[in-house]
Ligand binder design. Structure first.
Ligand code: SF4
Length: 296
């Protein structure tokens, strides 16, 4: 995580954006947060800041669309309304309540983490990043999401949506840690949870992968894409780039192979590394001492 004592946040942004200075960052933040205050979706896990509910939503939303999660989320909460109820459940009951969502490893990890919270933290959710990350199935992204949304810890999150927004706003080939630094530089220290949710909301509803709604975007004045992000990606000879050649496709194939225990797809090394780094960032895999990927 970027050093939170850094105060010259604009210095953390890509160097080809000299005009993105402190006043411009403040304006950018204000536009985003006021848009979020007016447009945030009324989702069931946003009704309060209960850590168990936020955690459940963050795990369910990994690799799954909001529309597919809402009903499963309600059903799971009816069955296991508290972390204590989840911790004391038998695994078959947990998996049954998870049915239909797929990637059952997420449910097993939640079950194990619930037991650890009850046993090691007397049933109280830890609020620190390091303590959260020590729990099964909670990686960098999920720990930062829970800490900022529930406990107001000033730490940024980067998921696929945030990465896309930042990539278009800066248009400067951000990769890996650069995304986290850029998000950290823009983060509102006063409203970190709302800021993080606003970034994800913007990526999900406005700065969409295909056909982004640049005309309705609150941060268009500070965006390098200048309304052209929806144009098809073309190679150097002007041909449309097929989906199979994108990093998104590579991530999906790598994860599916890991879940199924199949050999990984053959990918060019740099592309494979980008895809693995993205999955690791989202807490969907971890790497061993030799760098080999495995499920958390
Ligand atoms: S202006 Fe368009 S490309 Fe830029 S952040 Fe907004 S929706 Fe995304």
């Amino acid at each position: 995580m970027a050093n939170l004592r850094v105060t010259n946040y604009s210095a953390m942004l890509p160097r080809d954006r000299p005009k993105f200075d402190a006043p411009e960052i403040r304006r950018w933040r204000r536009r985003l947060l006021s848009w979020y205050d007016r447009n945030r979706r009324d989702l069931p896990w946003r009704q309060d800041r209960d850590p168990y509910r936020v955690w459940l939503s963050e795990i369910m939303l990994q690799q799954t669309r909001v529309s597919a999660v809402v009903e499963h989320y309600r059903r799971f909460l009816r069955r296991f309304p508290t972390v204590q109820k989840l911790a004391s459940a038998r695994e078959p009951a947990v998996l049954a309540a998870w049915s239909g969502l797929g990637y059952y490893r997420r449910a097993r990890m939640m079950h194990a983490a619930a037991k650890a919270i009850v046993k090691q933290h007397a049933g109280r959710f830890p609020g620190g990043i390091a303590e959260l990350r020590a729990l099964p199935g909670i990686g960098r992204y999920t720990a930062a999401a829970i800490a900022s949304i529930v406990f107001d810890v000033p730490t940024a999150v980067v998921d696929g949506n945030v990465e896309r927004v930042l990539g278009r706003v800066f248009g400067s080939g951000l990769t890996g840690e650069g995304f986290w630094q850029a998000a950290e530089a823009l983060l509102s220290r006063k409203r970190p949870g709302d800021f993080n949710q606003a970034m994800m909301e913007l990526g999900a509803t406005v700065c969409r992968p295909r056909r982004p709604l640049c005309g309705a975007c609150p941060v268009r004045p500070g965006c390098r894409s200048d309304g052209r992000a929806g144009e098809a990606r073309l190679d150097s000879r002007g041909r449309r780039i097929p989906f199979e050649d994108t990093d998104r496709w590579a991530r999906g194939r790598l994860l599916a192979a890991l879940v199924a225990g199949d050999p990984p797809p053959a990918l060019e090394p740099a592309r494979r590394e980008r895809a693995l780094a993205g999955l690791e960032r989202d807490g969907l895999l971890v790497r061993g001492a030799g760098g080999e990927p495995r499920l958390p």
